[in-house]
Design a protein around this ligand. Structure first.
Ligand code: NI
Length: 174
């Protein structure tokens, strides 16, 4: 947080097959795996391009216990359509690899449609809800220079993870 790359709008990818793009994707997947995150956006590794990677959680009402067996998704030049009203947003806790040690209560749309391209240039068109929709909105925000603290409506809901659970690590961070 504070790095200018994280604060500006990232640029569209013009050539998915380009070596540069494929290397970026590989680097992002590697970084996410090493950090134990469930999502990552290119600006988080210093590259101002519209690419996000994440594990699409099951569309369950609650946060899943485990993401085991879920295949990672690469989403390039994403577009989000909100499928519910602004007033119907719901709050839940989020953490972010670019804001280490903290978690905050963030309002997000419950249902969204997201579209874009995968790593092979194929179209992706998905309706997602609940935690799945939240993860995508969080990563999408990174491409527009928005870190989740900016979304908080109540700054008293920004907490140190350590205060919740002294044994907690940064799991769930995106
Ligand atoms: Ni994040």
């Amino acid at each position: 947080m504070g790095n200018p790359v994280l604060a500006r709008r990232a640029e569209e990818v013009t050539d998915v097959a380009a070596r540069e793009t494929q290397a970026l994707i590989a680097d992002m997947l590697d970084t996410m795996a090493r950090a134990g995150g469930i999502g990552l956006a290119a600006p988080q590794i210093g590259v101002s391009r519209r690419v996000i990677v994440f594990y699409p959680p099951p569309d369950t009402p609650e946060r899943p216990e485990s993401l085991e067996g879920i295949e990672v998704r690469v989403l390039i030049n994403p577009v989000i359509t909100y499928l519910d009203a602004e007033a119907d947003r719901e709050e839940d806790w989020e953490a972010c690899l670019s804001v280490p040690g903290l978690k905050g209560l963030v309002p997000r749309h419950r249902r969204i449609r997201y579209q874009g391209l995968d790593a092979d240039g194929n179209s992706i068109d998905v309706v997602a809800q609940a935690f799945h929709a939240r993860v995508v909105q969080h990563e999408f925000d990174h491409l527009d220079g928005i870190l989740y603290p900016k979304r908080l409506t109540d700054l008293s809901k920004l907490h140190y993870i350590q205060e919740w659970n002294p044994l907690a690590d940064e799991e769930d961070a995106t």
